[in-house]
Design a protein. Structure first.
Length: 325
């Protein structure tokens, strides 16, 4: 068996809220995986774009899922794909707590923090109809089976703003290096899940970084890291150790080249949106006229200014919400 794995993030750019890194795995019966761009081979079951009358499951870059539409519609698109994939693997989370228990990667220095983080109180699905999720699960199962595969697993690493600050300031890292540290934790979980199976993984570049061999050697000290290619567009590495070989491709616009990366992008965005929804709801309960924030740009500073008194009264420090970089 071989695993086709995609890794992506949501929340790298904003000033507020968590960074979420997600991974998806599709398992295939052969020892080699098919080309990562599965949209063509699965065109009867999946599509790349939102809109139109087709009932095929949308699997695309999460930014495209949200482009030009309301949050509710975008969230339903994410939910149908992410929960549909999980259901096709036999997992049906009823709450955000169930979801995180099924897919969560435990960070080395603690979980997401903040009094708004109450995953057991958020029922799933939020926007998508259960019947539409079941349809997606069936479509994905059929599409993967036609290629000799099946839904494997999802992983989600939820890194709070305070933990991200510790990774950058305490660890002497910049933001791209902190992102790699979180990604490496997730990739190690993938490795442990199927240590005996060859893994073909793809992920997007981190902050335009071109070289990853030293970072991989540090994250996987028991492996031999072989550099296969390093260019501005793509870098490729092979990790060999006691387990089966792991081939890693790091490239630009990975979510448009790998269906597994696009699915990981959607999973990361979905979880971040749910967590940010809880953060917004927490402060809106104290400030009824407060406009929600996604945490980006000038709106992040607007939100911080408006919630300052409520945050202080609740014992919420700025570091729990605001990134240092």
């Amino acid at each position: 068996m071989a695993l086709l794995v995609g890794i992506d993030e949501a929340g790298y750019g904003p000033h507020l809220g968590p960074l979420v890194v997600a991974g998806s795995a599709i398992a295939f019966d052969s020892e080699t995986a098919p080309d990562a761009a599965l949209w063509g081979a699965m065109r009867g079951h999946v599509r790349r774009r939102v809109g139109g009358r087709s009932d095929r499951v949308v699997i695309c870059d999460s930014k495209q899922a949200y482009a030009g539409g309301r949050r509710e519609k975008g969230l339903a698109v994410l939910e149908r794909a992410v929960l549909g994939f999980l259901e096709s693997a036999g997992i049906r989370p009823r709450t955000l707590a169930d979801l995180l228990a099924a897919v969560g990667v435990a960070p080395a220095d603690g979980p997401a923090s903040g009094p708004w983080h109450q995953p057991e109180s958020l029922a799933l699905p939020v926007r998508a109809e259960p019947e539409r999720i079941a349809e997606a699960a069936g479509a994905l199962a059929k599409g993967f089976a036609a290629l000799g595969g099946r839904a494997g697993r999802l992983w989600v690493s939820l890194t709070s703003a305070s933990r991200l600050n510790r990774l950058m300031d305490g660890g002497g890292r910049n933001k791209a290096s902190a992102l790699f540290a979180v990604t490496a934790e997730l990739l190690a979980d993938v490795r442990r899940w199927r240590a005996a199976e060859p893994i073909f993984a793809t992920m997007d570049q981190h902050g335009g970084r071109r070289y990853y061999a030293d970072l991989l050697a540090g994250a996987f000290p028991m492996h031999r890291v072989e550099t296969l290619e390093e260019s501005a567009e793509r870098s490729r590495y092979r990790l060999a150790g006691a387990e089966a070989v792991l081939d890693l491709t790091v490239c630009q616009k990975a979510e448009s080249l790998s269906l597994a990366v696009a699915l990981a992008s959607m999973a990361a965005k979905y979880v971040r949106e749910l967590v940010m929804g809880q953060l917004n709801a927490y402060f809106q309960a104290r400030l009824p006229n407060l406009a929600p924030t996604a945490g980006y740009g000038l709106d992040a500073w607007r939100f911080l200014a408006e919630v300052r008194s409520a945050a202080e009264a609740s014992g919420v420090t700025e570091e729990m919400i605001l990134r240092s970089r």
